[in-house]
Design a protein around this ligand. Sequence first.
Ligand code: SF4
Ligand code: SF4
Length: 278
Amino acid sequence: MPIVGINCKYRGNVSLQQCLDCETEVCNACVKTYRTAMFQNIEYRAKMISASMIFSCPLKTYLYATTDIYEDIEQLHWGSWRGSLIHGMLEKCGELDEEFLTEKRFYMTIKGVKISGKIDSLRYTKELQIIQGEEGQVFEVPMFDKTQGILYDYKTTAKIYKAYLPNEEHVKQLSIYVLLLKKAGIKVNRACLFYIDGKGTQPVWSGKDFEIIKQGKLLEMMAPRLKVLQKMFKENKPPEPEVSFLCDKKNKNKVVYCAVRHLCPAWAHEYKNRGKKQ
Ligand code: SF4
Ligand code: SF4
């Protein structure tokens, strides 16, 4: 199971619904609309391999898929609330403008392993066609070529450090999306990693700021990772942890981006005498 509830400092472990129904108004998330928006973005993680899992820590993926997780509400804030904002933006964009394909999940099978990936948005290539009206008027009508376009992937971050963009993991993930689209008959002409922080935005473009990883090399990089993920789901056995900046507390604010760190053998020494998550 994924995140099923909140590890509340006032009420202990509560389900998401109990937290939604809570009227105590003692915590910083006391506004119900805010909690509703945050919880909407919590996705059920089925035992299916997604593009975002392939290059992340496999133990984290395993524990997110198999453990009931109670997350701190403050930890959820940054990821989930921002995710809900982006989701709202893409939903509106997809509804209002036929130029965009938004939040669509694609599938492919590589060496017998089924992989899925949900793209943020694809902007179809547009051409203006001249149409003549019955009385000789001339209209310019946009025609969309739904077999090609520009792929956008939105990334929210606490602070944009331009010199460090794009993040290597994001390029790998984006390259998997390009491959998923290719298998579905859609050609990506350009791709953009669009970074957003509290102050502004920074688009980073393929062909200019980075290169999409070519199919052969990407498949080579994916092969050993897929093997580990497939084995762990098949045998239901936790794989080895892969410690990174997401959990080593070496970033400026010592923020941890892993809700299962307290279950991870790599950090067992930190939780030894505490008996609960930090
Ligand atoms: S609203 Fe706040 S106090 Fe109530 S259960 Fe949720 S986190 Fe705890
Ligand atoms: S704490 Fe780090 S190494 Fe452990 S599961 Fe989480 S991401 Fe992986």
